[in-house]
Design a binder for this molecule. Structure first.
Ligand code: GLY
Length: 304
């Protein structure tokens, strides 16, 4: 089975001055992940590595660079899922963790549970020797500015934030390795100026991510409240089971998100045959992938 990899850095109205950073960020993650795949790494290791790189890039709303909630704090969510076994690990509302996807992987590997949240997740991180990062080190000036603007004029409708320049880029990766195993990871700082404790679609299995070797894998970005209402990652992989290609499943899933709940967002998909796809109904979506010839491509907007 030929290996495949696709990554995303969020779907929203990305300001033009941030396009270059978004493209460079997703390209770097795809390049590093692809190099690992070519060395024979597992899909699970590859999506973890790609998402860690995106979390460390301050361009994106995940790890360093996460948006601030209405208290000016960062709360992060992440999930990783193994399509071979359907095992998964997720964390929600964690604070001061440099790489939430790493913690999610430890939940997958070292616990009998699927998800840890809040204080329990922090205690587990400490037990596993994870280093905590001061909030100030995860907070970037761009998000402090956005927070202050929201303090002056709070957002009125959260759906608007995904079509206006007021959101941020959740990150994700889907890989198919040489053994035919599919894995997915998604990580986010959530939505700006949200209530403390708010959790979106990203760490919820079937909503922000799903992987099954029998069908494919999908990672979501966009308006979490809407995405979780239609359990969109599982919806996309179910469409593959019904015979759709990765691209057809991505297109149909985004159409369904809008038709059913007027949701905005984007997703990346890999099907078990090695097909790749992505779709969004936001103005932009940062994506990078490697095609069947090994060539790396990036995308941020439909051709004008
Ligand atoms: N899709 C990311 C979130 O809503 O938190």
């Amino acid at each position: 089975m030929p290996a495949r990899l696709i990554v995303h850095g969020g779907a929203w109205r990305i300001p033009p001055e941030e396009h270059a950073d978004h493209l460079q960020g997703v390209e770097a993650a795809a390049r590093a992940g692809w190099a690992l795949l070519m060395e024979g790494a597992s899909a699970l290791d590859v999506v973890e590595k790609a998402v860690m790189l995106l979390e460390d890039d301050p361009t994106f709303d995940a790890g360093t660079g996460s948006v601030l909630n209405c208290l000016g704090e960062i709360e992060m969510d992440a999930i990783i899922m193994d399509g071979r076994t359907l095992e998964m690990g997720a964390v929600a509302a964690v604070q001061g963790i440099q790489n939430p996807v790493r913690l999610a992987r430890l939940v997958l590997e070292d616990t009998d549970h699927n998800m840890l949240v809040g204080q329990g997740a922090h205690d587990f991180a400490r037990l596993k020797g994870m280093r905590f990062t001061p909030a100030a080190a995860l907070t970037v000036p761009r998000e402090v500015k956005r927070f202050m603007a929201f303090q002056a004029q709070p957002p009125t409708k959260s759906a608007e934030s995904f079509t206006a320049a007021a959101s941020g880029g959740t990150v994700g990766a889907v890989a198919l390795d040489n053994s035919g195993n599919i894995a997915v990871a998604t990580s986010t700082g959530g939505t700006a100026f949200s209530l403390p404790g708010r959790v979106g679609d990203s760490p919820l299995v079937g909503s922000g991510a799903y992987a099954d070797n029998e069908t494919g894998g999908a990672s979501l970005t966009g308006h979490g409240e809407k995405i979780m209402q239609v359990v969109l990652a599982k919806h996309a992989t179910d469409l593959i089971r019904l015979g759709k290609s990765a691209q057809e499943a991505a297109d149909a899933s985004i159409a369904y998100l809008y038709q059913r709940v007027e949701g905005y967002g984007g997703l990346i998909v890999v099907d078990k045959f090695g097909g790749l796809g992505f779709a969004h109904n936001t103005p932009h979506m940062a994506v990078a992938w490697v095609d069947e010839t090994g060539a790396l491509h990036t995308y941020i907007a439909p051709p004008a």
